[in-house]
Design a protein. Structure first.
Length: 333
């Protein structure tokens, strides 16, 4: 009977990460499918919570804050079409209020960014054609077409906010030695406190089916921090525009240890608006219920916009099935 080696476990856990991303981030899928929505009648759906003021606000009040921002962070769940529709509405709103802006995407790598730099696009088709010249696991069709269209119609420049996937994989496998020097300097100036590090570890474990393999958790923590630093760097690279917009997963938009923390290290006076779209849960009817799920007394954003939940497979069940097959295969060897 075969036994799982350390290498086997590491490979299996990397496969876990891919499987989780298939379901929760909507990437690496054979077909692009718009998920159906759940809990549309939930009492919090379509309500916007002002975290600091501890009250609900209107869309117009939210837009007024976005218009006044220098950095606008739009946190999403990657496969939820409602999130993308509202993000496009925010981008369009800035254009209608005559703000100049750039839009940086977590979903666009630096290699892709080099292809689209200084290009003028009049349609999302030509833009997507250039993006797809570089292999990517992100599902652009149809998830991100509304956002690309809104940015192109507004005349906003689109920027990459991610390293190439080969770089990210190398950092996960080999550690800090693979981090680009500029990004490593940013990390060195933004060391997490013991409490922040413990909270990040807890978040990584919880979001990956309770996986608590030391080497893999540490690798994921490092890549998460690298991604935050790269996103911040992409936003600071553009001067001469009024608003710098980031489209990324909600975890990157959190103020306590995400991209806002890195921005403030370099620009302490920066006007940042962190907005997250959060999916409702049937057993959670109050805002406090969601704050606890984000491991705090208050939600770690400036504003939260509640939405229906995308109907997706259970990624942890997919992982359990994968591990059963993996162990069965090893026993036959």
């Amino acid at each position: 009977m075969g036994r799982l080696t350390v290498v086997d476990v590491r490979k299996s856990l990397f496969t876990l990460l891919a499987i989780v991303l298939v379901s929760s981030c909507s990437i690496i899928a054979e077909k692009t499918i718009q998920p159906s929505l759940l809990f549309s009648e939930h009492p919090l759906v379509d309500k916007i919570w002002d975290v600091r003021a501890e009250r609900f606000i209107t869309r117009q009040q939210l837009m007024e804050q976005a218009i006044a921002s220098e950095f606008l962070l739009l946190g999403e769940t990657h496969d939820n079409p409602v999130h993308h529709r509202y993000q496009a509405w925010m981008i369009d709103g800035l254009w209608r209020h005559k703000r100049s802006a750039v839009v940086a995407f977590e979903m666009i790598s630096r290699q892709q960014g080099a292809l689209i730099a200084n290009q003028q696009y009049d349609s999302d088709e030509s833009f997507l054609a250039d993006l797809k010249r570089v292999p990517s696991n992100w599902q652009y069709d149809p998830h991100y077409i509304p956002l690309f269209t809104a940015a192109i119609n507004a005349g906003f420049r689109i920027r990459a906010a991610s390293l190439d996937r080969e770089n990210i994989r190398a950092i996960g496998n080999k550690g800090e030695q693979e981090i680009p020097s500029r990004i490593k300097t940013i990390l060195d100036y933004n060391v997490l406190s013991g409490q922040q590090e413990a909270a990040l570890r807890k978040e990584i474990v919880a979001s990956h089916c309770g996986m608590d393999h030391e080497g893999m958790v540490s690798a994921m923590m490092l890549t998460q921090r690298v991604k935050d630093a790269v996103m911040m760097d992409s936003l600071l690279s553009d001067e001469g525009v009024q608003t710098k917009i980031l489209v990324a997963g909600s975890g990157h938009a959190r103020k306590d240890r995400g991209v806002p923390k890195y921005i403030l290290q370099s620009r302490p006076e920066a006007k940042i608006v962190s907005l997250a779209w959060l999916e409702v849960l049937p057993e959670a009817d109050s805002v406090a219920d969601y704050a606890h799920r984000w491991d705090g007394e208050a939600l770690p954003f400036d504003y939260v916009w509640f939405t229906p939940r995308a109907d997706r497979p259970d990624p942890c069940e997919q992982f359990r099935q994968h591990m059963k097959k993996r162990e069965s295969s090893l026993e036959k060897d």
